[in-house]
Design a protein around this ligand. Structure first.
Ligand SMILES: Cc1cc2nc3c(=O)[nH]c(=O)nc-3n(C[C@H](O)[C@H](O)[C@H](O)COP(=O)(O)OP(=O)(O)OC[C@H]3O[C@@H](n4cnc5c(N)ncnc54)[C@H](O)[C@@H]3O)c2cc1C
Length: 267
């Protein structure tokens, strides 16, 4: 769609270029920005020209640039120790979009848009990724991705803050994982998405997204029993109703999906 209030475009190349003037908005892949009217936007500042490497392998884990596209992440060659690697493609698949969207939509754009059905948010939250945020005063801060998204379409980002990268810790990359999702329509937006993870030390993490407005992360010392897990999941707060599912359905199926994820991880 034409953004007919936008009068300027800047390709950012340095951090100074990311200081936003009145009305300027950050542009990732633009797949959401160009999908609906942006009446308050006066200018676009393109992040994809910053030249950040899409991914960086580090001893402490994997750094995913905010500008890494969903396609780049889905086809990333894994290290042999990354048992969690199938989750990358599974989460890319959970974002119901064509390959054309995959090729330009960025991981950072998905997280910063903050939709409950943000599959990159689900991936990062389930893998305990932290978000590196550049603040407008030239500083930076980090926070868990699970806390960056604060509601359906809301984030903890302040004015002028830029998500620079998502850091996935090595221990989570080494974990066994499983994912289940459900949507009312075969190719519809996720109504509930549950990811489970078992670390090398036996501890287990279950992350529920899409069914609740912000990622819900449950942690256990070991795999919980099926009934206890389903009960904990259904006791989460915030199951909501929208055209993609009713709250009581979301609550129920989240418990079912969590039990299925648990069974797969227990096998
Ligand atoms: C057909 C189709 C299907 C879709 N399906 C889904 C879906 O299932 N789930 C879902 O969550 N979304 C979906 N979307 C919405 C959107 O495409 C995705 O959320 C996508 O990942 C957004 O990434 P982007 O790089 O295109 O973001 P953009 O559109 O460029 O930006 C999105 C928002 O984030 C801000 N932003 C971008 N990068 C940063 C950054 N690094 N720091 C700070 N702010 C930033 C922008 O200013 C803007 O407000 C869909 C879109 C289409 C067209």
């Amino acid at each position: 769609m034409d953004l007919n209030t936008v009068a300027s475009y800047r390709a950012a190349r340095t951090r100074d270029d990311l200081v936003l003037a009145e009305g300027e908005v950050l542009l990732g892949g633009g797949t959401w920005l160009y999908s609906e009217p942006q009446p308050r936007a006066r200018g676009l500042v393109d992040l994809t020209t910053m030249g950040w490497p899409a991914t960086e392998r580090r001893p402490e884990g994997l750094r995913i640039a905010a500008t890494c596209t969903i396609a780049e992440l889905a086809r990333l060659e894994p290290d042999p120790s990354w048992r969690a690697h199938p989750l990358f493609a599974q989460c890319a698949d959970a974002l119901l979009a064509s390959f054309k969207v995959w090729r330009v939509a960025t991981v950072g754009g998905n997280v910063c848009r903050g939709f409950a059905a943000g599959a990159m948010t689900a991936l990062c939250a389930a893998l305990d990724a932290s978000a590196l945020v550049w603040t407008p005063d030239g500083g930076s801060r980090t926070l868990p991705v699970a806390e960056l998204v604060t509601g359906n379409g809301r984030t903890a980002l302040g004015p002028g803050e830029v998500l620079r990268a998502l850091d996935v810790p090595a221990h989570a990359l080494h974990a066994r994982t499983a994912l289940r999702r459900i949507a009312l329509a075969e190719r519809g937006r996720s109504g509930a998405l549950v990811i489970g993870r078992v670390d090398d030390d036996g501890s287990a993490v279950f992350c529920v997204t899409a069914a609740v407005p912000r990622p819900a992360v449950l942690r256990y010392d070991g795999l919980p029993g099926t009934d206890a897990l389903a009960r904990d999941v259904r006791a989460l707060e915030g199951f909501y109703t929208d055209p993609f599912g009713a709250a009581d359905w979301r609550r129920h199926v989240s418990g079912v999906l969590a039990a299925q994820v648990r069974e797969e991880l227990a096998a």
